[in-house]
Design a protein around this ligand. Structure first.
Ligand SMILES: [Zn+2]
Length: 565
């Protein structure tokens, strides 16, 4: 007689489970012959998952899973929802997200009265003297007059206030903030900005452009460890609520690292964090180059990567191009040591065994980073195994496409960037180079590893927005019809893999995560729309998708209580 297996701690039943344990799709996106795909499209390959401890112990039918239910087993009835391997945002800035979430939200506050009322309300909730930061102010509606400055200062006299407009050009403060910054009506106008005054020469509380806003922002106290911990708590909770089970934090300075380590030690990290140390923190880099990376797939915190910056952005024409910008002759952007790339420090970290992830946008920026990787790997071939990454990999010269796979370099890309940048990207690049921009399919066909992410806080961090952008290359309003350079679109399977299996590969955890199979860690995301079938038939509907559960190592970190508790 077969012995009865011990009961599971958690079972997920009646789901549309896609295990993603079948082989990778072809380079053109064709599903593998072993994939649960036929002429009718995709079909889930399981109904249920059972978990004991932090591991998956069973994947199969609901009736079989129910045999593993004991008196203490928690059950999630997925009721036909889709069950996927845990979703990962593999490049984001979760502390910045948390900072934004902890600040006063001014979006939609039209008119002085409402703006001031929101600030006053917020002020009532924090101790006197605490700086108040407002984000997303409707600056087109801000009155640049003395009376509104008086009104704000009178209603909020005891807290320094700094409000950011949503376009980022105008900031405004109250009297308390201006006093702390020593700005008076007699302060000379700074370079690169304007202290806005009324006709009589009085302060209005407005500062125009960075040269002036800096006078105020320079007085903001630095984050404390507690501030940073709180930012991570808020940011990670937000990501969990969107179904993510892990994030890669792209650029961790010492304060962030200490905050993450403290939260980890206290058991307060709701989801996993793969930390990339900031290449801008030279001391931290030197210290960790001496220690080497921390790899622990079952833990909540891994210190395994280093983030470096090679060139700037395409929109501002800072990305380094091989030839002049099409809309600014004579200009090719900046890169390398000019842009703060510390080759010696990055080389040391690489030699110490870290995965090196370098921000590169322009085709020259990407080529030079590939040159750097090639030089290092030629000297020490073993360094290739550390799966180095180019973050954004935004514009690639055709000659450089095959070098990603030759050097084992992962292209880490944001599907939403393509649809958000399309309005001006072609003007910057011209009709030929634009074909190598956001070129997911070209990179796949060149045998490169890809991984998808949001680069939040600049973007919308919804998993569904990322999937939608990858599948359609259309913006949220469905433009352009048919997609922007649609030959670069991903299939629904590739899009899902970009946030699951490929993300696991990018963090060296493909043997532990990224697929729902027995023995893997129980990182599971449940969503209310099937991205494989809906992504194929009516992708625009993906935008209304929601994550109903996020499970990390068997722990439910988002979703209504399973029964029984
Ligand atoms: Zn970033």
């Amino acid at each position: 007689m077969a012995s009865t297996p011990p009961p599971a701690d958690l079972v997920v039943i009646r789901g549309r489970v896609y295990t993603l344990s079948w082989a990778e799709p072809g380079r053109d996106g064709t599903p593998d012959s072993g994939a649960p795909y036929d002429a009718d499209g995709w079909h889930p390959d399981a109904e249920a998952v059972a978990v004991r401890g932090d591991k998956i112990v069973f994947v199969g039918t609901t009736s079989e899973a129910l045999r593993l239910v004991g008196p203490d087993t928690r059950t999630i009835d997925a009721r036909g929802s889709t069950v996927l391997p845990g979703a990962v945002d593999s490049h984001m800035h979760v502390a910045s997200l948390g900072r934004t979430l902890s600040q006063l939200d001014l979006r939609g506050a039209i008119g002085e009265e409402e703006t001031i009322a929101r600030v006053a309300n917020y002020a009532a909730s924090v101790p006197k003297g605490t700086w108040i930061f407002g984000q997303g102010g409707e600056e087109d509606h801000w009155n640049k007059t003395q009376p509104t400055w008086e009104a704000l200062s009178a209603r909020v006299p005891d807290h320094p206030v700094l409000l950011y407009g949503k376009h980022g050009f105008v900031v405004r403060g109250n009297r308390k903030a201006f006093q702390l910054a020593g700005i008076t009506a007699d302060t000379p106008q700074p370079d690169g900005g304007t202290i806005v005054k009324d006709a009589a020469g009085n302060l209005t509380g407005m500062l125009l452009n960075r040269g002036a806003s800096r006078l105020l922002s320079a007085k903001i106290p630095h984050d404390t460890r507690e501030d940073r911990e709180q930012q991570f708590r808020l940011g990670l909770a937000e990501m969990a609520s969107h179904g993510f089970t892990a994030v890669h934090e792209a650029g961790v300075d010492r304060l962030s690292l200490e905050a993450l380590q403290a939260l980890d030690a206290a058991g307060e990290l709701p989801i996993r964090v793969y930390a990339m140390l900031s290449g801008r923190d030279a001391e931290l880099m030197a210290e960790w180059a001496a220690r080497g990376p921390v790899h622990q797939p079952s833990g909540r915190l891994e210190i395994r990567g280093v983030k470096a910056y090679y060139d700037a952005a395409l929109g501002s024409r800072g990305a380094r191009m091989l030839a002049d910008y099409s809309d600014r002759p004579g200009h090719r952007g900046v890169a390398g040591s000019e842009y703060g790339f510390d080759e010696a420090a990055v080389s040391k970290a690489m030699t110490a065994g870290f995965q090196v992830a370098v921000h590169a946008i322009g085709d020259a920026g990407n080529r030079e980073v590939l040159d750097f990787f090639e030089k290092m790997i030629t000297q020490t071939p073993a360094l290739r195994a550390n799966r180095h990454r180019i973050e954004h990999a935004q514009v690639i010269h055709p000659d450089d496409m095959p070098r990603f796979s030759e050097l084992g370099v992962i292209a880490s890309m944001e599907p939403p960037h393509a649809v958000e940048d399309k309005a001006w990207a072609e003007a910057r690049l011209g009709p030929d180079r634009v074909r190598g921009a956001y070129a997911w399919r070209s990179l796949r066909q060149a045998q490169a590893h890809l991984v998808f992410n949001s680069d939040l806080p600049d973007g919308d961090h919804s998993l569904f927005y990322g999937l939608y952008a990858a599948i359609t290359r259309q913006d949220k309003s469905g433009q352009p019809v048919g997609g922007w350079y649609p030959e670069q679109r991903m299939t629904p399977e590739e899009a899902v893999r970009g946030y699951t299996t490929w993300a696991a590969y990018a963090s060296f955890t493909e043997d532990d995560r990224g697929a729902l199979k027995v023995g893997n860690l129980a990182d599971i995301t449940v969503v209310d729309i099937d991205p494989l079938t809906v992504g194929a038939s009516q992708p625009h509907a993906l935008l209304s998708g929601r994550a109903t559960y996020a499970i990390v190592g068997g722990e439910i970190v988002h979703g209504s209580e399973a029964s029984p508790p």
